[in-house]
Ligand binder design. Structure first.
Ligand code: UT7
Length: 383
């Protein structure tokens, strides 16, 4: 029997912090309204240097460090995002290159705010099937780039950031125990960023508030979120063979404190065991669960052997939950100076390895052109 354990974790939030007060100069809102209706006080916003891929690389590096894993040993990089750097190439490939994960496959996964849970489900399944040994699952979002900064109903809610975990296969029982994913595409319009091949890339589409910005029917998402948290938590707990009360900590997608309070009531589950860092980071979509999980770890809220439920919901509509038996505390992952130096060396070597690959490809291309020119010359001279 193979199990999928979380052996490394890392998060990155951009340094720029935007307060509610700052936003009240941009749109007609107030700190009071935002705190009372959502629980959010600040969010991190990426500057021009940070993108979905660069934030994912920073979080991924940290996760590899905690796992003490050579990036060249990764089999797969999954990047959950709905704000990719480009439509093509995929963001995960940029991350794979940035990390020097020279033997890894890479793909993006778009399930909006449920993306990280979807990624964890896919990654764990690949380890349990025996196909792979080490998978990096990242949730990374530059939500600020798809915000309409004149729309107070959305721009006050979201923030940017990335969170990553290393999943490793092992014979040791524990790790990702049961997962459940769901979707209801009939509600696709409830939460949308209309940028894609259905929307012709025409500058006229960018004017009159029709740009590729997020549009959301907040009330509908709110109702869907509370219903989903209740149903899926019960489902996944039952599948793992434990009672809801045996879950030590729930790490939900961080959308709104009132959603979490309503779900706690419906589940008859203590709200102080539903982790929230909304106040500090707002809604970072696919990045919100791993960022919250790492904050919970830092605060000493997670211990080896604990049952942890991660639950996501969002655009699609999509939802998903994973029940995990937590394997390591941060103290278990504090490496000796020898191991830390080795890991630093591996990470430092990742850069030259990337460049070596580029130089090799350049040389191959140069050789190809040289041979072509030589063939042409031979033909011309009649030889
Ligand atoms: O990641 C998953 C996706 N997102 C979510 O999960 C979000 C789920 N939904 C929500 O969190 C909430 O529905 C919101 C926070 C978006 C909205 O809260 P609400 O309590 O449902 O407010 P509402 O939409 O019913 O609006 C109430 C009033 C409206 O004014 P009127 O029509 O009553 O005069 C809004 O225009 O609040 C107004 N309003 C605001 N006022 C000040 C909406 N946004 C703001 C704002 N500041 N930022």
């Amino acid at each position: 029997m193979r199990y999928a354990h979380i052996t490394g974790w890392g998060a990155y939030t951009p340094p720029r912090i935007v307060t509610n007060e700052e936003l009240s100069h941009l749109v007609e809102t107030s700190d009071e309204w935002i705190v009372e209706r959502t629980g959010i006080k600040t969010r991190h916003i990426a500057d021009a240097e940070d993108h979905t891929s660069t934030m994912a690389i920073k979080a991924g590096r940290e996760a590899l460090k905690v796992a003490n894993l050579d990036p060249a040993k990764l089999d797969l990089v999954i990047c959950a995002t709905s704000t990719p750097d480009y439509l093509m190439p995929n963001t995960a490939s940029l991350v794979q290159d940035g990390l020097g994960a020279s033997h890894a496959g890479a793909f993006d996964l778009n399930a909006a705010c449920s993306g990280f849970v979807y990624g964890l489900t896919v990654g764990a399944a690949m380890l349990k099937s025996g196909l792979y040994k080490n998978v990096l699952v990242i949730g990374s979002e530059a939500m600020s780039r798809v915000m309409d900064w004149t729309d107070r109903t959305t721009c006050v809610l979201f923030g940017d950031g990335a969170g990553a975990v290393v999943l490793e296969a092992s014979d040791e029982p524990g790790g990702v125990m049961s997962c459940r994913l769901g979707s209801d595409g009939s509600s696709a319009d409830v939460l949308k960023v209309a940028l894609g091949t259905r929307v012709p890339l025409n500058p006229l589409n960018m004017v009159n508030g029709n740009g590729p910005y997020m549009k959301m029917s907040g009330n509908e998402v709110f109702r869907f979120a509370t219903k989903t948290m209740n149903q899926v938590t019960r489902q996944v707990a039952a599948e793992a063979g434990i009672a809801v009360d045996d879950i030590d900590l729930i790490i939900p997608h961080q959308a709104n404190q009132r959603i979490l309070a309503t779900a706690a009531k419906q589940l008859n589950y203590p709200i102080d065991r539903i982790y929230s860092n909304l106040e500090r980071v707002g809604n970072t979509s696919a990045a919100s669960i791993p960022i919250a999980m790492i904050d919970a770890l830092k605060e000493g809220r997670l211990h080896a052997g604990d049952h942890l439920l991660m639950i996501g919901f969002g655009g699609g509509l999509t939802w998903g939950a994973c029940l995990v038996q937590w394997s390591y505390s941060p103290e278990d992952r504090r490496w000796s100076s020898y191991k830390r130096t080795r890991q630093a060396m591996r990470m430092a070597l990742a850069g030259p390895r990337r460049w070596a690959g580029r130089i090799e490809r350049g040389l191959d291309f140069w050789e190809l052109r040289r041979r072509r020119a030589e063939r042409k010359r031979t033909k011309k001279s009649g030889g």
